[in-house]
Design a protein around this ligand. Structure first.
Ligand SMILES: NC(=O)c1ccc[n+]([C@@H]2O[C@H](COP(=O)([O-])OP(=O)(O)OC[C@H]3O[C@@H](n4cnc5c(N)ncnc54)[C@H](OP(=O)(O)O)[C@@H]3O)[C@@H](O)[C@H]2O)c1
Length: 242
């Protein structure tokens, strides 16, 4: 039996664009109260404008590379929404360069955004997720969590790390009734893909709705006896089971 998501409370990171924006719009339409974050306030406000449901949408400008801003984000969610049921770690940063041309600062920023931030968010949100009764974490990984595509060394290393982190905490938390899921998408048509994979034909890519629908699947099936840990999803032109 699917869970009714109305009046549930979620944090969605990176909700000012792409996949995160679509996750926010979709969850809002299902009645989930949201705290959404990103660094660009005008992009968050635009997402809020696109949310036409009655549920709350609270933008919180946050740089997820800064621990104190993550703590503030979680505190704001708890204060404004009264708790946290779902944490959607979607924000991410990609790169496309031969590994020996990656600046150390870029490597560090990608790791801080894609791995350290989800770690700190999970840690800070955990007491509230445990208290929720339906506490759920969804980490947006990538096909590169399993692959070694050239010129994506920092990005692939960060997503391998996020994937490993997710597996460990899933095992630490399931007996405490907090579920952890991973989504590993291939190419989705967003700003990130336009910048890092201009070689890909836009018409053959997935769209953010494809990923938002999977987030909804995890949340609506929160209380079923069958548990799906991970979903991999790829564009139609990509070789299946590759
Ligand atoms: N597009 C794909 O093909 C694809 C495939 C597999 C996985 N993914 C994953 O899907 C997720 C969403 O990516 P997307 O494709 O939707 O790209 P996107 O449009 O570039 O979205 C990334 C979001 O992350 C936010 N972000 C980046 N650094 C941040 C920071 N330091 N603090 C707070 N927010 C930050 C950005 O907002 P601000 O710039 O405003 O901060 C932006 O809204 C990422 O984790 C990505 O790795 C994407």
């Amino acid at each position: 039996m699917k869970m009714d998501l109305r009046e549930k409370r979620a944090i969605v990171t990176g909700a000012g664009s792409g996949i995160g924006r679509r996750i926010a719009i979709t969850l809002n339409a299902l009645g989930v109260d949201l705290v959404i974050c990103g660094r660009r306030e005008e992009f968050l406000e635009a997402t809020k404008e696109m949310c036409h449901g009655d549920a709350q949408v609270i933008p919180v400008v946050t740089d997820l590379t800064k621990e104190e801003e993550i703590e503030e984000l979680v505190s704001t969610a708890v204060f404004e929404l009264g708790g946290i049921d779902f944490l959607i770690n979607n924000a991410g940063l990609a790169q496309s360069d031969p590994f020996d041309e990656i600046e150390t600062e870029v490597w560090d920023r990608i790791m801080a955004t894609n791995v350290r931030a989800p770690f700190l968010l999970c840690k800070n949100a955990l007491p509230y997720l445990k208290n929720s009764g339906v506490g759920t974490i969804v980490n947006i990984c990538s096909v590169v969590a399993h692959k070694g595509y050239p010129y994506q060394a920092a990005y692939a290393a960060s997503k391998h790390a996020l994937y490993g982190f997710s597996k460990v905490i899933a095992n630490e938390l399931y007996k405490e009734n907090v579920r952890v899921h991973v989504i590993c998408p291939g190419g989705v048509y967003t700003e990130m893909v336009k910048e890092t994979r201009p070689d890909l034909d836009a018409s053959g890519l997935m769209v953010p709705e494809d990923i938002a629908d999977l987030v909804v699947y995890f949340l609506e099936h929160r209380n079923t006896n069958g548990v799906v840990d991970e979903i991999s999803i790829h564009r139609p032109g990509k070789e299946p089971f590759a």
